[in-house]
Design a protein around this ligand. Structure first.
Ligand code: IMP
Ligand code: MG
Length: 179
């Protein structure tokens, strides 16, 4: 375990078994539909690469990067697009791949934006879900694991852009935040 971590919440083995289960379910649900998987940068990169290996169907991938304005007027849930999709998703079956669903502000804005592009269907898969933190009216159809309201890092998730490279997910020691 990395020195800065307090404890490991999800081991590599647990993460892989989650990816396998979700992959089986998605393979079944999208058998006859060409799927477009959209990874939300940067947090979803590891989950996306492991998950899509487990989806046995025709699929393409694309990426989107957004920055959310969490402060200010709560209800608008505005996001700024830092990187948009490379191809049109009109008429496509789209799956958003996210690392973690917390307040839901980010995903709410992204889904509204993508739905306005006249997709055939739009669903969300998230590796982690913190349901107790939800503010926006949004849920993911596919959830890897529900976790308590604790800040986690690793496997794509960062604290100040660090720890994304850890192959597992854990919580940080309190002194790391005090720095
Ligand atoms: P939301 O808009 O509050 O749902 O924010 C979701 C985004 O916040 C995620 O895509 C992550 O980038 C970030 N985030 C939320 N919780 C955590 C966490 O525990 N660790 C690292 N990043 C997090
Ligand atoms: Mg993110």
């Amino acid at each position: 375990m990395h020195d800065d971590l307090k404890e490991v919440l999800l081991t590599e083995e647990v993460i892989q078994s989650i990816c396998k289960d979700l992959g089986m379910q998605l393979t079944k649900d999208y058998q006859n539909k060409p799927l477009v998987c959209i990874g939300i940068l940067k947090g979803s990169i590891m989950f996306m690469t492991d998950l899509i290996k487990r989806i046995d169907t025709h699929l393409s991938i694309d990426f989107m990067d957004v920055s959310s304005y969490h402060g200010g007027i709560e209800s608008t849930g505005e996001v700024q697009i830092l990187k948009d999709l490379s191809s049109s998703i009109e008429g496509k079956d789209v799956l958003i791949i996210e690392d973690i669903l917390e307040t839901g502000t980010t995903l709410k804005s992204i889904t509204e934006l993508l739905e306005s592009r006249r997709v055939n269907s739009l669903e969300i898969v998230t590796l982690l879900d913190k349901p107790n933190r939800r503010k926006a009216n949004i849920e993911a159809k596919y959830v890897g694991k529900k976790i308590p309201d604790e800040f986690v890092v690793g496997y794509g998730l960062d604290y100040k852009e660090l720890y994304r490279n850890l192959p597992y997910i854990g919580t940080l020691k309190p002194e790391i935040y005090a720095k």
